[in-house]
Design a protein around this ligand. Structure first.
Ligand code: PMP
Length: 359
């Protein structure tokens, strides 16, 4: 007897973002400046740790995952129950999108801001409230707070903000979280916090420690240079961690070599400071290129820079791509924009050469 026809596959699987699609398609580039990766990493110590881990990689990685959670917890002054690890922060953003997206209330976010979490929540018919940035291209916390009501499902705060590279005043964000988290959970995405002068003084993990309903997301993909290795985590109240862990695999989804590399990279201050120094030098080179061509830019606190164009941004990106330089385009505040990631000096030179031909 023929088997009964299988039910239609559910169509709830989130679609890949524009960036994910682009990254799957990009050819070999002279300058890969489109995904805010850090070409100065991973560190030599991290690479050695991966090699050392290969021989025992027939073993499941849970013990190493626990060790990493313990190490992060000790460093941040929380318990391991406050931490959930996964393969990069994307699965954790997805977990939050799924959980908070089906509560019936809205998700409030910046416009523009990193759109992965709201876009995935859209799939659950979650209303999204995009709040335009202030005149200096920062998240408009006052306007976002005004949108909060009894049904708000989540506020998504990307700090520093992708794609503008701007950062909020710490005291202001802390006061905001203290007030607003009483009404709705606040998700603070700190993917780029390691690029700030004082990450420990800026992080909202402080609010988690005070018992507030705040979820902080971190990733090794940026300053640690682990985008291809996939290590990320969130810090939140233990009950929130328990809830969100129902939506992800957790530490077991990270390979043992990647976790062991993260264990040595986590506090490798020599490597981190060196990567920061190189990023800053490349950023100065880019600023100089833009200045010479008479272009302005938004002052950046991250490893990417946003600047307004004088032409259609999509055409600009296509022309740059033809010359082997990958960058991203945006439209907001009635302007056409380009976002350039900070790469090696030779990549910034390739950007400068192509830019002079097009601009
Ligand atoms: N948050 C922000 C703000 C990002 O820019 C990115 C990567 N582009 C991520 C999260 C996700 O990165 P990953 O999954 O590599 O941790």
């Amino acid at each position: 007897r023929a088997l009964a026809k299988a039910p239609e596959a559910p169509t709830l699987a989130p679609q890949p973002t524009e960036e994910a699609t682009l990254l799957a398609e990009v050819p070999q580039l002279k300058a890969r400046l489109l995904a805010n990766e850090n070409p100065f990493g991973p560190s030599e110590k991290a690479k050695q740790a991966m090699l050392d881990a290969v021989a025992t990689s027939y073993q499941y990685p849970m013990a190493y995952a626990r060790e990493l959670a313990q190490k992060i917890a000790a460093y941040e002054g929380v318990t391991p129950e406050h931490i959930l690890l996964d393969a990069g922060s994307s699965p954790l953003l997805l977990a939050a999108a799924m959980h908070y997206g089906k509560q019936g209330g809205a998700i409030i976010t910046g416009d523009p801001s990193y759109d992965d979490l709201p876009n995935k929540a859209r799939h659950f018919n979650t209303p999204i409230i995009p709040v335009p940035l202030t005149a200096d291209y920062k998240l408009d916390l006052d306007a976002m707070e005004k949108k909060v009501d009894g049904k708000t499902a989540l506020l998504y705060i990307c700090n520093p903000n992708n794609p503008t590279g701007t950062v909020l005043e710490t005291a202001k964000l802390k006061a905001f979280c203290e007030r607003v988290s009483k009404k709705a959970p606040v998700f603070v995405d700190e993917a780029y916090i390691d690029y700030l002068p004082d990450p420990q003084g800026t992080t909202l993990i402080d609010a988690v420690k005070k018992g507030q309903n705040v979820i902080v997301a971190r990733t090794f993909s940026k300053l640690h240079g682990f985008a291809g290795l996939r290590v990320g985590y969130i810090v939140a109240q233990p009950e929130t961690i328990k809830t969100l862990s129902n939506y992800v695999v957790g530490g077991m989804s990270i390979s043992a070599p990647a976790i062991r590399a993260a264990l040595v990279s986590y506090q490798d201050q020599v490597f981190l400071q060196d990567a920061l120094k190189k990023t800053l030098a490349s950023k100065q080179f880019l600023y100089e290129t833009l200045r010479k061509e008479g272009y302005e830019h938004i002052p950046s606190f991250t490893n990417f820079v946003m600047f307004p164009l004088r032409m259609d941004s999509k055409r600009f990106v296509d022309e740059m791509m033809k010359r082997g330089v990958g960058v991203r385009h945006w439209q907001f505040a009635s302007k056409e924009w380009c976002r350039v990631s900070i790469g090696r000096l030779d990549e910034m030179q390739a950007f400068a050469d192509a830019f002079k031909q097009i601009s």
